[in-house]
Structures are given as C-alpha cells and as structure tokens.
Design a protein around this ligand. Sequence first.
Ligand code: BES
Ligand code: MN
Ligand code: MN
Length: 462
Amino acid sequence: MENIKAYVQQHKDRFINELIELLKIPSVSADTAYSHDVFETADAVKASLEKAGCDFVEICDTPGYPIVYGEKIIDPSLPTVLVYGHYDVQPPDPMELWTSPPFEPVIKKTEIHPEGAIFARGSCDDKGQMYMHVKALEYMVQSNTLPCNVKFMIEGEEEIGSKSLSWFVERNQEKLKNDVILISDTGMISNQQPSITTGLRGLSYVEVEVTGPNRDLHSGLYGGAVANPINVLAKMIASLHDENNHITIPGFYDNVAELSLEERAEMAKAPFNLENYKKALDLNDVYGESGYVTNERNSIRPTLDVNGIWGGYTGEGAKTVIASKAFAKISMRLVPNQDWEEITELFTKHFTSLAPAGVTVKVKPHHGGQGYVTPTNSIGYKAANMAYTETFGVPAIPVRSGGSIPIVALFEKELKSKTILMGFGLDSDAIHSPNEHFGIFNYLKGIETIPLFYKYFVELSK
Ligand code: BES
Ligand code: MN
Ligand code: MN
C-alpha cells in the first residue's frame, strides 16, 4: 500500500482542517450546559461518514446522547470490522491553565512533537483518534482497496460511563455483528516504539457523604465537642491504605488475577525510564504499592484514589467553621476477574462501617465496568502488529494499560468478538488535562496504519 502514504501527503492539510472543525464543537457529555453541542457533534460525525463513503449512516436515538452508526457492506461473505470510538470529550476545566482556549484548536510544536500537535480538548481523546478511521475509510473507498465490510459505532457518552451504549448494544446484536472490533482510544509507548494495548482496567466510581451536625457551627463554640465531618472523612480515607499502600477493604484482592514471574519479566522488557518519568511530572520520587514497580502499579494492580474532596469554607481569607457535611469522589481501578459491582458493594459495606459515632455516612455508586485482557495470538492482534511493523519499521510491543474503556468487556460478552486496541496517543498528550494535544505525526501515521490492519486481517482470515 505505497499509495496510502502518497494519499496522506496529498490530503494532509484537509485532514487536519476537517479535524479542527470537529474539535471546535464543545461536546462535553458530563455537563448538560453543552447538551446542544453534543447533539451537533453527532450530526457532524454522521456527515463525515457519509462523505468518506459509507453506504448507510444513521443517528440512533437512545435515552441519552445518540450513537452514530454507519456501514459499508461490500460482500456479506467477507469479514466485517466494527470500528468503535467516542465523539464526547471531558470537561475542559481548569480553564485558566490552558495556554490556548480548549475549543479553539491551534497547532503548536513541542519537544516530543517537533512537527506540531493540535491543541484542543478531545484532540487525542477521542475525536482525533476516531477521525483517523474516517479518513482511512475515505482512502480505502477512493482507492478501491477496502477489502471487507466495515461498520462504525461512534458514541457520545464514553466519558460518563457509556450507559446508552450498553442499552444500544443489547438491543442491536444482529446489526452490530462483526468479526473483530477495532478501537483507537488508547496510547502507544513513543513515536519510535509502537505498542498494542492488551489490557484495560475496570472501574468502580463512588461518591461519599459524611454528615455531622445539622448546620455549620462556630468552630470555637463547638470545636472539640462534636465530630467534624471533614476531619472524620480525612481519617476514613487515610485508613483505606495501609503502610504498604495496600488497600484495606476486606475481600478487595480476593479475585485479583496475579501474574506469573515470567509474565512480569516479559512486562519489564518494555522500554521505560524512571528518571524521565519523574522528570516529566516534576516528582522527586514515585509512590505506590510495595512489591511492584511503576509499570505494574499502573496496569496490573488495582488502585483506590480520591478524585475530589470538598466541604466547609474554601473561599478567600479565613472563616472559623465546622461544616455540617463533607464529600469525596472516589474511584477504584480494577483488574481482570474483579467484578465492579461486587467491589462497589465491598467498598460501601466497609466505608460505612468506618464511620465513628457522631456522623452518618452515605455512599452513592456512580458507574463502573469490568477490566479486559486480550490474547496476542488472535488474528486481529497479528494483523495489527503487521500493520504497525510496516509503518513504524519495528514490531509493536504488547502493553497493559491502566485506563478504562468499560464497554470493551461488554462487547466481548454481548457481541462475542475480540477487541483490538490500536492507539496512537502518547502519555504526554495530556488527555483529561489542560492543554490536551495530538501529534500531527500520530494523526497521519494512524491514517496510514489503519488500512494495513484491514488488509492483513482479511488475508489472515482466509
Ligand atoms: N480513552 C480513555 C481511556 C484510555 C486512555 C485507556 C488511555 C487507555 C489509555 C477513555 O476515554 C477514558 O477516559 N476512560 C475513563 C473511564 C470512563 C468510564 C469515564 C477512564 O479511564 O477514566
Ligand atoms: Mn477515550
Ligand atoms: Mn477519556
């Protein structure tokens, strides 16, 4: 496929400009103030699939945000690739830390992206990566090289737990029938060393509320005589890890799939430089569970983290007050075999039991999902590796990621097919953070690599 290189070179300015237009629409799914923009983005994705050459595209309404479905069926006897991606993005805040506005995309050079990167919310996660598939389809249709059938399913609620997509998948098994699911919503090691994500962590996300007195109190008049919900919450949270940074919830580790020493030795072969890792984050040291190294702590081990904590007075100056309530949002990243609903129950039971007399505690589950691991001997994995090898000049390394795409486990359960995670982002692309960006190199390389996946997948399926 020499031609794909030439096609990308010839059309790259247009490819970049089309993505920039998509990035201008602020499709923040978490905040209803952006609801109109989320719907508008679905329409834009639909139009792009029609233009790229799908024979049939529709907006599928759901109880939440719509799913854009598109297909090009060239011969029902050939294999079918189902492409999944998401057009919603994370909230942009804190706004003041962006060096350019999150929904006014600009190209800037960075140390890691000397040829430039597009700075905008969603550039890497996931509009940029999703749109690579639309442009790869355009190429295959234009050059008459599409070797099989293709279906697209692009959702608008990934960043808030994919509720409507679960609903949709359960109701549309026949329509979504496929031989392999292809997703670009993860990362790779570096622009010189591609990798294929072979695992994702599961997730349980909860919110907790600690209530003390029925109103905020003067901290002099009442301090020392009643429970302070913020003090109590801080203590309860602190007790969730022991001195080895092990999670203390009874039963939490019961089903954790432990890796063999061989598997861990294999993992250790992936290039990783601890000094660079610390430097990139301005850290004087890393931190985590005893007995595991950084690359294990953030992939094959479960974790518990507070994502936000609030209560009392946080405005200017000082106010002497004992708050009536304190709150925290807590996420647990899970590994294969841990069931997220069971973990949510274990957390709730344990956390409630920690409450001392003088306060009451409520736990509200938000959302969750199961972890995922995929073998490296499937046809899909081999095809992806052949594609990367051809465009990067070196084979891809299998890597288990710490992130979550909860819907992937559901795909396997409902649609009975394997997912291949061909990510082109870098950890330094700052997804979910201010100044998210996506390298032009990565974007174009993705468009170049995807058609090769189709080619090799069909060849290996024969
Ligand atoms: N694309 C990410 C997940 C990801 C990123 C996986 C990089 C591996 C490498 C996805 O959009 C995401 O942010 N998922 C959420 C979970 C979701 C339920 C909110 C996450 O991992 O926090
Ligand atoms: Mn994503
Ligand atoms: Mn995300």
